[in-house]
Design a protein around this ligand. Sequence first.
Ligand code: 6RS
Length: 119
Amino acid sequence: VSGAKKAKTDKDDNNTNGLATCRMLLAELEAHQDAWPFLTPVNHKAVPGYRKVIKKPMDFSTIREKLTNNQYLNLETFIVDVNLVFENCERFNEDDSEIGRAGHRMRSFFDKRWTELLK
Ligand SMILES: Cc1ncccc1N[C@@H](C)c1ccc2c(c1)OCCCO2
């Protein structure tokens, strides 16, 4: 019947809500040589003060878990969590430190990649 609404399934729209783009971007972040401070949650026992200063911890493995559990509505909610990783880094680490510099390099890499992919 013409006009009948087709049931929407993921396979129909190859990038529903930009989730394929999220998977691509996260894979690139995880593989980046400067990702090492951000791959796993900061262990607050190994990093004095971290739990007090950083109210919303975030890291790439947690983002991976959320993506796997379908907890991101769209690319925007994914970008919020990625940016949280970099905001936490800038809050806790000196710009002129190993981790601080890695955070700045990862942030500019991410900004460049998602704007390229969204064009
Ligand atoms: C992103 C971030 N911000 C502030 C502090 C740490 C971190 N990352 C964690 C994974 C980390 C990186 C380096 C570390 C470390 C832990 O263990 C304490 C001993 C030094 O080596």
